[in-house]
Design a protein around this ligand. Structure first.
Ligand SMILES: *[C@@H]1O[C@H](CO)[C@@H](O)[C@H](O)[C@H]1NC(C)=O
Ligand SMILES: *[C@@H]1O[C@H](CO)[C@@H](O)[C@H](O)[C@H]1NC(C)=O
Ligand SMILES: *[C@@H]1O[C@H](CO)[C@@H](O)[C@H](O)[C@H]1NC(C)=O
Ligand SMILES: *[C@@H]1O[C@H](CO)[C@@H](O)[C@H](O)[C@H]1NC(C)=O
Ligand SMILES: *[C@@H]1O[C@H](CO)[C@@H](O)[C@H](O)[C@H]1NC(C)=O
Ligand SMILES: *[C@@H]1O[C@H](CO)[C@@H](O)[C@H](O)[C@H]1NC(C)=O
Ligand SMILES: *[C@@H]1O[C@H](CO)[C@@H](O)[C@H](O)[C@H]1NC(C)=O
Ligand SMILES: *[C@@H]1O[C@H](CO)[C@@H](O)[C@H](O)[C@H]1NC(C)=O
Length: 379
């Protein structure tokens, strides 16, 4: 027990140091608060707090965090900072919004004025996604519910006057959908017959969009107005899916799992038209949609990142679990994938910069505007 407490104290001290170092350089953030929803690409520790969540869905062990301040695991599925941290840095925050499940009720209410991260690794758009693999995750519906309940309690506490204003000026950042695609593709490839009569991709993708629509509507009803959304990337290209592709003979031109990449490519335009429709329907809503497929394709063809194996992992494509007993690459900044599912800090930094300040518009990786334009005060 003494050892355990000691370890927590060390992590807490590191967090304070990291904050101080970043804080010295940081300016006043461009938005009052940032609220983060979604999966392991943006989880900053929530899964650590889920007792039943399987170890394969927790980044609470070495070498996770090997390049993070103090080189300690924090629950981030990365060697260092993840996309939520990096977008927060772009926005000028001194520290990334803290994981919701680490906050007391009182500090959660307080943190509503600067931001909270609700994301949970393994979760997806559908309420059941993650249950089989991780046993326990926080589904999107609960992440959104926890946010809206805090908005209500905060506004009750302040007499309802100041609360909605902060929320409407703040940024909601959502990165979700990859796990739904993984589970669906893997089910039909490894368990069921790929041409099974029960498979209906259109119906499945429409179901994802229906869920997504309801979350955006709930967030808007709670006062959120500015949405930065990242659509699922070429999910078939992560090392685990490359191995499935090879094992089951479903390899596309990129060397990735064709079925999974095709689902991503179909989903992106559906998310784009969902957001366009909602922005016309919901008063005051504006958004910036990041095209993670375009960004990944650009990185694969225009940079020298090693993209066909994980930095941390054993076997074909480095597709095993990442832990302290498997090989770790020495040059993390040269690898696109940190582990069998997740990008390195170096790779997610490219995404954060493209989301925040990338050229925006039709045919670009972010549209209709980038995040910097999204959060700029209206004239
Ligand atoms: C939990 O993860 C381990 C390691 O991947 C795996 O062997 C085990 O089957 C998982 N448990 C469940 C219930 O999925
Ligand atoms: C914290 O808030 C939750 C949700 O409103 C409530 O169920 C719980 O009882 C509260 N806990 C404490 C210690 O007040
Ligand atoms: C988050 O929401 C879920 C589902 O409504 C609820 O069970 C849980 O208690 C909430 N968590 C907290 C910490 O308030
Ligand atoms: C897969 O399903 C199709 C359509 O039902 C059927 O024709 C085919 O024989 C099945 N293949 C296998 C390997 O079960
Ligand atoms: C697949 O689902 C779509 C949307 O629900 C439906 O219109 C279509 O008829 C279905 N296709 C088949 C082959 O069942
Ligand atoms: C993926 O989509 C392309 C283009 O629509 C198609 O030619 C290919 O057969 C699809 N591959 C799989 C595995 O679904
Ligand atoms: C990639 O590596 C090659 C050979 O070392 C080099 O010529 C090229 O400039 C590098 N490209 C980038 C984008 O770094
Ligand atoms: C690490 O993962 C490998 C491959 O899944 C497994 O065989 C090994 O037992 C794990 N080691 C630890 C320390 O968890």
């Amino acid at each position: 027990m003494a050892v355990r407490r000691g370890a927590f104290a060390l992590v807490a001290l590191c967090a304070v140091l990291a904050l101080a170092v970043e804080g010295a350089a940081a300016k006043r953030p461009l938005v009052p608060a940032m609220f983060v929803f979604g999966d392991s690409l943006v989880d900053v520790g929530n899964n650590n707090r889920l007792d039943r969540c399987n170890v394969s869905c927790k980044a609470n062990h070495r070498p996770y965090g090997v390049d993070y301040p103090c080189h300690s695991p924090t629950g981030r599925f990365s060697n260092g900072y993840n996309l939520a941290d990096q977008l927060a840095q772009q926005l000028g925050f001194a520290a990334s919004p803290p994981p919701f499940l680490y906050l007391s009720n009182a500090s959660a209410i307080r943190r509503m004025s600067t931001g909270i991260n609700f994301a949970s690794g393994g979760s997806g758009l559908l309420p059941t996604t993650g249950n089989e693999v991780c046993v326990e995750v926080v589904p999107m519906s609960e992440q959104v519910g926890n946010f809206t309940s805090l908005v209500r309690r905060r506004s009750a506490g302040s007499g309802g006057r100041t609360a909605p204003d902060v929320i409407s000026k703040s940024l909601v950042f959502i990165s979700v959908g990859s796990n739904d695609l993984f589970e669906y593709a893997d089910h039909y490839i490894t368990e069921a017959n790929i041409s099974s009569p029960s498979r209906n991709d259109t119906a499945f993708l429409q179901e994802l969009i229906a869920s997504y629509t309801s979350y955006v509507k709930d967030l808007h009803a709670a006062g959120a107005r500015k949405f930065s959304v990242l659509s699922p990337s070429l999910v078939g290209c992560c090392p685990f899916q490359r191995k499935v592709a090879k094992d089951y003979g479903d390899v596309d031109q990129l060397g990735c799992l064709g079925t999974a990449n095709n689902l991503s490519r179909q989903l992106h335009p559906m998310i784009a038209s969902m957001l366009q429709g909602l922005s016309q329907e919901l008063p005051g809503m504006s958004y910036s949609l990041g095209d993670a497929i375009g960004m990944a394709g650009w990185v694969f063809t225009n940079t020298n990142f090693t993209a066909d194996r994980a930095c941390c992992g054993a076997g074909d494509f480095g597709a095993s679990l990442c832990n302290s007993s498997v090989p770790l690459c020495p040059d993390r900044s040269g690898y696109f994938f940190w582990d069998r599912y997740h990008p390195t800090e170096a790779a997610s930094a490219i995404t954060a910069k493209a989301l925040f300040g990338g050229a925006a518009g039709p045919g670009r990786f972010v549209s209709p505007v980038n995040v910097q334009q999204l959060v700029a005060p209206r004239p």
